[in-house]
Design a protein around this ligand. Structure first.
Ligand code: NAP
Length: 494
């Protein structure tokens, strides 16, 4: 029990079970039920979390609604001040929070610390950006529209939406939680968070926001059980979700509220003949295998010109041989994937590719949830791995004979998150970027989220709306206008 063990956030545990957070307090659910969380490395139950009841969710929503009204009246500079404090607390506690990430999701220790520090920076930046963009409004005068006199002044500014429901995924649980918490709070909203069940311990981060009593709550329970109740709750005024296909189902059921959906991807890496092949190999390995491929923006398919494919495959294989495979505590590069069912899913894709004749550049090896890095060459479009997101350390290579073929494969995907192109010809790169149906294209670099103030969005099944700090703040507000009607235009001041 990493955080509780440190004594830093000791009030968050009740015997064996983590409490949920509502109205400024850590509470035990009246359900008496809990959900077991299994450590991906040991495959033993690490701890348990409360299974909240629908009645408890209702109370949380009511409290959030009341708290939000007062918060919206709190001056912007004070909201920013609170976020700055929270950012500092987050960074101060980076070690125990990172320790939780190692145990809960087998995140390599150094990456876990990086995630917490980055999250603190994100919260600070959000405070600063919020003060800048929410402090601005607009003045319109009526005579700019045909047929009108100058007798109406329209003042508009941004106001909060109300209660934001935030649902982050397991893979960057701290960063993707604060990327919702920060914008929601600075904009004057209350926030109800449903954390990924696998990652609860690290939500001691709520103590970073303790001064916002009642304003943020954290309800726990399996998404499949309380998810619909939450996402269809009439008290919710906005949903910010990051995860997989679940988001598509949520968007079909949610009511008339703004949605921010950050979903899966099948990010393609297009490699042309004139590319710097060492740069390509380094980016493929980093892009596809960091955190064992469990990143929305991981390189998930390589589309490479036949003439340079052998050379790149050889360079990538040489690098893969050097990766350290093992437990996250040892700072291994490749660590166990998050659950046994994820490992089984990845294995299903690998076996399908094997049956259909893909070339295995390494021997397929798995121990429990730990899967050794694997490059599959000569993958063809009839193989599942050509299209599906493995979310694991397995990468398909499809050989192409033209850039158009690469673009065609990329655009035939139902996903459209990111993509990347490697070439020394910048004109060609820009033309290909324009043709790729993805939210972002990286030129000569692997797909990546961030820096966190850059716009970040997915097309097609990869999402709705755009994130990045500024876009998220804007998305969690609406425009309010007040029109000043002056006396009749015939009345003139001398
Ligand atoms: P997931 O299975 O879709 O779960 C995401 C969140 O949804 C979890 O908190 C989960 O809770 C919750 N949930 C499950 N069922 C729900 C329901 N019926 N209603 C409401 N919430 C529900 O995704 P994941 O496995 O955590 O994350 C991996 C996926 O996220 C990948 O597809 C990846 O590409 C995507 N991702 C996208 C981005 C992006 O920005 N585009 C960033 C990171 C990850 P439980 O844990 O309790 O089930």
């Amino acid at each position: 029990m990493a955080l509780a063990g440190t004594g830093v956030f000791s009030e968050i545990i009740d015997g064996e079970v983590y409490r949920y957070y509502a109205d400024g307090e850590w509470r035990s659910s009246a359900s008496g039920k809990s959900v077991a969380i299994v450590n991906p490395t040991t495959r033993q139950t690490q701890y348990r979390v409360q299974a909240c009841t629908q009645e408890e969710v209702n109370k949380v929503m009511e409290a959030a609604k009341v708290a939000q009204k007062a918060w919206a009246r709190t001056p912007l500079w004070k909201r920013a001040e609170l976020l700055h404090k929270a950012a500092a607390i987050l960074k101060e506690h980076k070690a125990p929070i990172a320790e939780c990430l190692v145990k809960e999701i087998a995140k390599p220790a150094k990456d876990a610390v990086t995630e917490v520090v980055r999250s603190g920076d994100l919260v600070s930046y959000t405070a600063e950006e919020g003060v800048r963009i929410l402090g601005e409004g607009k003045l319109l005068v009526s005579d700019s529209f045909p047929g009108n006199e100058r007798n109406k002044y329209c003042l508009s500014s941004k106001i909060p939406l109300g209660v934001v429901l935030a649902i982050p995924p397991f893979n960057y649980p701290v960063n993707l939680a604060v990327s919702k918490i920060g914008p929601a709070l600075i904009a004057g909203n209350a926030l109800v968070l449903k954390p990924p069940t696998q990652v609860y311990d690290s939500f001691g981060i709520f103590n970073s926001f303790t001064e916002c009593e009642g304003l943020i709550s954290c309800v726990t329970g399996k998404g499949s059980e309380i998810g619909d109740f939450l996402t269809m709750h009439p008290g919710v005024n906005c949903i910010s979700f990051t995860g997989g296909d679940t988001g598509i189902a949520i968007s079909k059921k949610a009511g008339m509220v703004p949605l921010q959906m950050e979903l899966g991807g099948k990010d393609a890496c297009i490699v042309l003949e004139d590319a710097d092949l060492d740069l390509v190999a380094a980016n493929i390995v980093k892009g596809a295998f960091s955190y064992s491929g469990q990143r929305c923006t991981a390189v998930k398919v390589v589309l490479i010109m036949e003439s340079v494919a052998d050379a790149v495959v050889q360079k990538v294989n040489a690098k893969l041989a050097k990766l350290k495979v093992g437990p996250p505590e040892d700072n291994s590069d490749i660590t166990p994937v998050v659950t046994e069912s994820s490992a089984n899913f990845i294995e299903g894709l690998v076996m399908d590719a094997k049956e259909k004749g893909a070339t295995f550049c390494q021997e397929y090896r798995r121990e429990g949830n730990l899967i050794w890095p694997l490059l599959l060459d000569h993958v063809r479009p009839d193989m599942r791995i050509a299209w599906e997101e493995p979310f694991g350390p397995v990468l398909p290579v499809i050989r192409i004979n033209s850039a158009e073929e690469g673009i065609h494969h990329c655009n035939a995907s139902n996903f459209g998150l990111q993509g990347c192109i490697f070439t020394r010809d910048i004109n060609k790169a820009i033309l290909i970027s324009d043709a790729m149906e993805t939210g972002t294209v990286q030129i000569n670099y692997a797909p990546a989220r961030g820096p966190d103030h850059f716009p970040f969005q997915g097309l097609k099944d990869s999402g709705i709306g755009s994130q990045g700090i500024t876009n998220s703040i804007n998305m969690m507000t609406k425009v309010k206008s007040t029109v000043i009607n002056l006396p009749s235009p015939s009345y003139t001041m001398g």
